[in-house]
Design a protein around this ligand. Structure first.
Ligand SMILES: [Zn+2]
Ligand SMILES: [Zn+2]
Length: 176
């Protein structure tokens, strides 16, 4: 049976954030979601020269934590993520699963020198989580800018799209 498991990539996670995200994802995907009490310390993935964390290395470390086939494992981390060819990534996922990772680092208004806006932060986190999980369900980027699978490299674009899939992407996600 399909399920989504959430976990933290930090030693002292904010469980309220994970619980809220889990409830939102259950609504979007229509499958069971729960927060695991497993955590990974991201320290091993730090590149001291960049002061950022290698997202692909974290995805690999998550692999043994996948409980059973059909489970999608989403990790949430406060650290800033990168892949070598890009200055940063909001997240990364394995196409057709099982692991996905999102960073909250650049989703907070404080990162841009603005006052905190919790509802906006939560919206951004759900959109980014839906996007990365979408890749684990086999989705590639979508040309519809409103679809959660639209490619976004800035919060401005992230704020424009929805936390939902377009009809075409949804048909792929809901396949048994
Ligand atoms: Zn993507
Ligand atoms: Zn789409």
């Amino acid at each position: 049976m399909k399920a989504i498991h959430l976990m933290a990539v930090e030693t002292e996670p904010d469980l309220a954030v994970l619980d809220r995200l889990s409830a939102s994802l259950a609504g979007v995907f229509g499958i069971s979601c729960r927060v695991l009490d497993t955590v990974i310390d991201p320290a091993f993935a730090l590149d001291p020269a960049r002061n950022q964390y290698h997202s692909t290395a974290i995805l690999q470390a998550m692999q043994p934590l996948v409980r059973k086939p059909g489970t999608h494992l989403l990790a949430v981390t406060p650290v800033d993520l990168y892949v070598p060819i890009l200055t940063f990534v909001f997240g990364e996922a394995q196409l057709s699963g099982p692991c996905a990772l999102v960073s909250t680092h650049r989703l907070r208004e404080e990162f841009y020198g603005l006052p905190p806006r919790e509802p906006l932060f939560n919206d951004r986190l759900v959109k980014e989580a839906v996007h990365e999980l979408g890749h684990t369900f086999g989705l590639r980027h979508c040309p519809d800018w409103r679809c959660a699978m639209a490619s976004t490299h800035s919060v401005e674009r992230l704020d424009l799209k929805a936390a939902r899939f377009c009809e075409r992407c949804w048909q792929i996600v809901r396949k048994p």
